[in-house]
Design a protein around this ligand. Structure first.
Ligand code: SAH
Ligand code: DHB
Ligand code: MG
Length: 225
């Protein structure tokens, strides 16, 4: 009942505020046809990500966890002409579908796909001395602590780090038994500890819970000092 209500409200928000978009719809259709799990950001969350990228004036964006490239398309659309987005995906089948979806959206020039476990594809970016203005962490939750530490190495003062799925239906609560053995929940809990302890972000960090067609979840925002 409650989740149905959240879903109906999400649908109405998207119907009222977000025009039909052929490239984004095609990306979701191709992802479903390719057997990808339906875990992309929602359309209203995607628009929120685009707005964050524009608000921060991001020219260099890093995304950890591409899936079918749905959030990638939203973020890449915020880039100025010379901007670029690097997106990291472990699953080659997902990456292939994402590359096609990104091409259909006319964003191939701006987007670079790197395939492999992100804990292995992030260090080369550090070696290349890449610096990003906005970093979206959305891959496997058990590795969020590592992604955050490596993201700091790819940041400058003013970089915005966004982490998705920071609530997980309340499983992050200290009192919730799911956090005792679930490696993904443990990873998210550990990220809260790191965000609170890390002097480069702990003065400017928050997390917001969300409800909607993806249930009860949330995201964290951290501004690097
Ligand atoms: N950002 C996407 C959703 C990402 S879902 C969107 O909103 O549209 C999480 C993705 O992380 C999945 O595609 C999964 O294959 C990928 N992933 C899981 N483990 C990974 C790893 N170790 N390195 C990189 N990507 C990983
Ligand atoms: C899952 C991953 C996500 O990034 C998300 O937004 C929702 C669910 C998952 O792995 O279940
Ligand atoms: Mg997510």
């Amino acid at each position: 009942m409650t989740e149905e209500l959240w879903t109906n409200v999400d649908r109405q928000i998207c119907d009222r505020l977000l025009p039909a978009d052929a490239a984004l719809d095609a990306a979701l259709d191709a992802s479903e046809a390719g057997g990808l799990p339906p875990i992309s950001v929602t359309a209203n969350q995607g628009k929120f990500m685009e707005l964050l990228a524009r608000l921060t004036g991001a020219r260099q964006i890093l995304e950890i966890g591409t899936l079918g490239g749905y959030s990638t398309i939203w973020l890449a659309r915020a880039l100025p002409r010379e901007g670029r987005l690097v997106t990291l995906e472990a699953n080659p089948h997902y990456a292939e579908i994402a590359v096609a979806n990104i091409a259909r959206a006319g964003l191939s020039e701006a987007v670079e796909m790197r395939v492999g476990p992100a804990l292995e594809t992030l260090p080369p970016l550090i070696a290349e001395q890449a610096v990003f203005d906005l970093i979206f962490i959305d891959a496997d939750k058990r590795n969020y602590p590592g992604y955050f530490e490596l993201s700091l190495e790819l940041s400058r003062p003013g970089t915005l780090i966004v982490a998705d799925n920071m609530v997980r239906d309340g499983a992050i609560l200290d009192s919730d038994v799911r956090g005792r053995e679930d490696e993904d929940v443990k990873g998210i809990r550990r990220l809260y500890e790191l965000l609170a302890a890390e002097p480069r972000v702990n003065a400017d960090v928050t997390a917001i819970q969300t409800v909607g067609s993806k249930g009860h979840d949330g995201f964290a925002l951290a501004l690097v000092r």
